[in-house]
Design a protein around this ligand. Structure first.
Ligand code: ACO
Length: 324
């Protein structure tokens, strides 16, 4: 008998305000054509003044609980993946815990930038499989707009705000790939590459939040290669080929990175869940947002095999193979 971490419900939250590429043309020297061609992004959501990462995390978690048919009291802990917390401390996770009346177990944030949700899933899966908890809320939530330099056209057109969540429950499996739940996760980091994508501020350095700085071409080059590597690692670890994958749910940074990874893997584009055109890059929130959309519109169904993959600043990257 093996314990599997099974997804009971998903949820999401997108801010009301949509910022189109046309809107951005009024802010920086850019064009809808350039942004669509280079990134596939057409619009993104931007949080209202005063709307925080925790506000979005709480709403997405509430929807995930509703989808699972559970209440806060049924949950044993909260893990939030974020790089844009409301405050340096306490964590966003404790705000989610309090808002949803979750009265037991741990609550903490995981900081691995765009790969944060895969890291958080891995930590949650470990807690569930070792019996520390029976049900956990895992959230990815970001207010990227608060760390953008709105005068830098090379970065401000790429990102958006939002949150996605899921409820995981420890259930008995047979230890086979046919089991529902998280089958395996694969994490990596290479701190030598931290200078190609970073935020130029922080508590112990500048005492400011800072802004995103990026060498786009370098990030692009590493992203395609490393994400294809980690997805291949996940498949060979489980002895499966791309034909057995129902859905690729990638981090939504750039359509060209996603297409490049899908091509390398021989996965058809209609097997890829895409939200980058409407959400932009929402960092740790992008995978759970995409997952929730595809679950709710009926594409992802019970029993489907999904491969999640992401890469972010650090560099950090990872993949998760999950049967929904
Ligand atoms: N509008 C118009 N022109 C622009 C813009 C813009 N928004 N941004 C840059 N340009 C210009 C540049 O100034 C440059 O002009 P020049 O030739 O006169 O110097 C030209 O466009 C080409 O710029 P490049 O940077 O070479 O463009 P590139 O084809 O590399 O595309 C991009 C840039 C889209 C950022 C690409 O490199 C990329 O997607 N990189 C990966 C970024 C990413 O995904 N980051 C996040 C992943 S990790 C995470 O999610 C945190």
């Amino acid at each position: 008998m093996t314990i599997r971490s099974v997804i009971l419900g998903t949820g999401s939250c997108l801010p009301e305000r949509t910022m189109t590429n046309k809107d951005l043309e009024a802010i920086v020297d850019t064009s809808d054509e350039w942004i669509v061609q280079r990134t596939g992004i057409r619009e993104r959501r931007i949080a209202a003044d005063g709307q925080t990462t925790a506000d979005m995390a709480i709403e997405s978690a509430r929807h995930a609980l509703q989808a699972a048919g559970l209440h806060g009291a049924d949950i044993d802990g909260v893990i939030v993946a974020t790089s844009t917390p409301d405050t340096t401390f306490p964590s966003v996770a404790v705000k989610v815990q309090a808002a949803l009346n979750i009265c037991q177990g741990p609550a903490f944030d995981v900081h691995a930038v765009c790969a944060g949700f895969i890291y958080a899933l891995t930590v949650a899966d470990s807690l569930l499989r070792t019996g520390v908890a029976r049900r956990l809320l895992v959230v990815g939530a970001e207010k990227m707009s608060s760390i953008l330099n709105w005068e830098d056209r090379t970065t401000c057109v790429l990102f958006g705000d939002g949150a996605g969540a899921l409820v995981l429950e420890a259930q008995e499996g047979r230890g086979e790939i046919a089991d529902r739940g998280i089958i395996s996760t694969h994490l990596h980091a290479d701190g030598h590459l931290r200078d190609i994508l970073y935020v130029n501020g922080g508590v112990s350095s500048t005492q400011t939040a800072g802004h995103i700085v990026m060498e786009g071409k370098e990030v692009f080059r590493h992203a395609v290669a490393l994400m294809a590597d980690v997805v291949t690692e996940a498949m060979s670890h489980n002895g499966i080929g791309p034909e057995e994958i129902d859905w690729l749910v990638p981090h939504q940074a750039n359509i060209r990175i996603i297409e490049g990874t899908a091509r390398k893997l021989d996965v058809r584009l209609d097997q890829v869940i895409l939200t980058v055109d409407r959400h932009g890059n929402t960092s740790a929130a992008s995978i759970p947002l995409a997952l929730d959309e595809a679950v709710r519109d009926g594409r992802i169904q019970r029993g489907h095999l999904m491969l999640l993959e992401a890469l972010g600043s650090g560099l950090t990257w990872g993949a998760a193979l999950i049967r929904y």
